[in-house]
Design a protein around this ligand. Structure first.
Ligand SMILES: [Cu+2]
Length: 455
């Protein structure tokens, strides 16, 4: 993280003009820390103000803040960013403070927050605080509750965090374009009592979908349904960090959905309950066990479980097309079709042409196919047993004994105790018995149905 001092100095004339920041004065505009990479930052423990148990943002970070006369002050800068979706592909997005999504904002119930928003986009914007109970004029709906933030200007939002939970922020200005470009972030309000529903590891991410044609870098913002990159915090597998957790930790994963479709988020080897929605905490008596939680569009669910089963557990969206990268959907099914020689003949005309295999598509997980610049294989990632044939909204929860309390480093692949891995049957296969084999062709008696049910 480096500071934005250069930017502040370079634009001082336009930036510290009379119209902005009236209440607090230009001199007290807080720094806007920025970040250039997609590495998962360690939890940001509070140095001042009420204590809380911070979250860890998947491939992201939390925005530092400062206290000013009882107000917690943050500074978001809306701006074009470059985001690596996974090694091999970088997208031109819009985001906040150097990255898309923007940094996670963490505060505590009862906090008075003041959020400065500077607009460095090529068009106007606003910020809406999704799920927060606040005064109408702070709600961030351009034209309805405030004038839009013009290019180059800074607006100030001030409100008290009345209830704890999991929320998000995103523009309510040219929404289709600005959200399709990646403008969003998590907003966490911790309970006043740090012991309330406490967990040992608390993760957060926002889901976004992009349509970026192979070889391009800027999303097609007019796309409504046919996206080819399904992301968690604007990353796709194998670019999404694993979630390392200590055996028997209480774990929470807060998932916000800003795509155009629902995502059934599924975990292996454990069951969970939904502990929070964007409306608040779910009472314990109203929770039931699940292994998939469907997260509707524009909604948030925080799942909670005890990580009592050691291993590397798949954690993914259960829509099979959402665990693929950059795939075209107009590929014909070739299973069972003998098309030997066809691909070779087409290849003479279109050198990189490839057909779906007649045995399925699994071969593509291993194949080293030449790809255009700046795109990702549809199925990729390799594990200790070979190709994982995944992409998109997929990662691994790594449950391990003996991790240190705040150790979020990847512990590597799970070492299975002897005799606990599925194995090949090497005995003799019994001869296949077919129905009727013993007596020759089966006899079929057909009887015409009569009137009524007697016959
Ligand atoms: Cu999905």
């Amino acid at each position: 993280m480096n500071s934005r001092r250069k930017f502040l100095a370079g634009t001082a004339a336009g930036f510290f003009g009379a119209a902005m920041v009236s209440r607090v004065g230009a001199a007290s505009l807080p720094e806007a820390p920025t970040r250039e990479n997609a590495e998962m930052a360690p939890p940001l423990f509070p140095k001042t103000g009420p204590q809380y148990n911070p979250v860890v943002t998947l491939n992201g970070w939390s925005l530092p803040w400062r206290m000013n006369n009882g107000w917690k002050e943050f500074h978001l800068v809306a701006e074009p960013v470059r985001r690596q979706l996974a090694p091999g592909m970088t997208a031109n997005l819009w985001g906040y403070n150097g990255q898309s999504p923007g940094p996670t904002i963490e505060c505590v119930q009862g906090d008075k927050v003041r959020i400065f928003v500077t607009n460095k986009l090529p068009e106007h914007t606003t910020v809406h605080w999704h799920g927060i109970l606040l005064p109408n004029g702070m709600d961030g709906v351009g034209g309805l509750t405030q004038p839009h933030i013009p290019v180059g200007k800074t607006f100030v939002y001030e409100f008290e965090m009345k209830h704890s939970g999991t929320f998000m922020y995103h523009p309510h200005a040219d929404e289709m374009v600005q959200m399709a470009m990646g403008m969003m972030g998590s907003l966490i309000v911790h309970p006043r009592d740090p012991g309330f529903n406490r967990v040992d590891r608390d993760f957060a991410f926002v889901m976004a979908a992009y349509e970026i044609e192979p070889g391009a870098a800027t999303p097609k913002v007019a796309e409504m349904l046919d996206f080819n990159l399904w992301t968690w915090n604007s990353r796709v597998f194998p670019g999404i960090d694993p979630l390392p957790v200590r055996l028997n930790d209480r774990v929470r994963v807060r998932v916000a959905n800003l795509t155009m479709t629902n995502h059934p988020i599924h975990i292996h080897g454990h069951n969970f309950t939904v502990g929070i929605t964007d409306g608040g905490w779910v009472p314990k008596s109203a929770r039931w066990p699940e292994t998939s939680a469907d997260i509707p569009v524009g909604a948030i669910r925080a799942i909670e479980f005890v990580a009592d089963n050691p291993g590397d557990w798949a954690f993914h969206c259960h829509k099979s097309h959402h665990v693929m990268n950059a795939m075209g959907h107009d590929v014909p099914t070739m299973i069972g079709v003998d098309h030997r020689g066809v691909a070779e003949r087409i290849n003479r005309l279109i050198p990189d042409y490839m057909l779906m295999g007649e045995r399925g598509m699994a071969d593509m997980g291993e194949m080293e196919m030449p790809l255009p610049e700046n795109t990702l294989p549809m199925m990729s990632g390799s594990g200790p047993f070979g190709a994982m044939e995944m992409g998109g909204m997929f990662t691994v929860v790594k449950v391990r004994e003996g991790l240190a309390r705040n150790d979020y480093k990847d512990p590597g692949w799970y070492k299975h105790p002897a005799g606990t891995v599925a194995y090949e049957w090497k005995g003799e296969a019994p001869p296949a018995q077919r129905r009727g084999d013993a007596k020759g062709p089966a006899q079929v008696n057909v009887r015409k149905p009569g009137v009524g049910h007697k016959h």
